[in-house]
Design a protein around this ligand. Structure first.
Ligand SMILES: [Zn+2]
Length: 121
């Protein structure tokens, strides 16, 4: 489960930012997660709740915005979302242009995994 290491890195940066701002409590964490990261938002929330026990982020709320994958096609200059499929444990992103089927595309969105902002008190 790569969620655990990623969740740990996210919480480290949240706690770091909170401490730098002399926070007593982290109330809310806003995150952006791209669909191509294959991260499960519910699983992430569960891990956050577990690993923040005993820290100032214990009991924080998490708002996770899922970012749809989006590409730039180098061949036909299509710019927009792409299709991809996720089935249980089988994850198969179909990264190609939906217009001309070109696989050589530039991924412009969908790989995000970042903290957008945090709310502290
Ligand atoms: Zn294309």
């Amino acid at each position: 489960m790569h969620e655990i290491s990623i969740a740990g890195a996210i919480i480290d940066s949240v706690l770091d930012a909170a401490e730098k701002n002399n926070a007593r409590k982290v109330k809310k964490v806003f995150l952006e997660i791209g669909e191509l990261t294959a991260l499960n938002p519910d699983q992430l929330k569960f891990i956050f709740e577990t690993i923040t026990k005993g820290t100032i982020a214990e009991g924080a709320n998490y708002e996770i915005q899922v970012v749809k994958p989006s590409i730039n096609c180098k061949k036909c200059s299509y710019n927009g979302h792409i299709e991809f499929f996720e089935k249980l444990h089988f994850f198969l992103p179909v990264i190609k242009c939906p217009q001309c089927n070109e696989p050589d595309v530039e991924i412009v969105a969908g790989r995000e995994c970042c903290v957008k902002k945090i709310s502290i008190s």
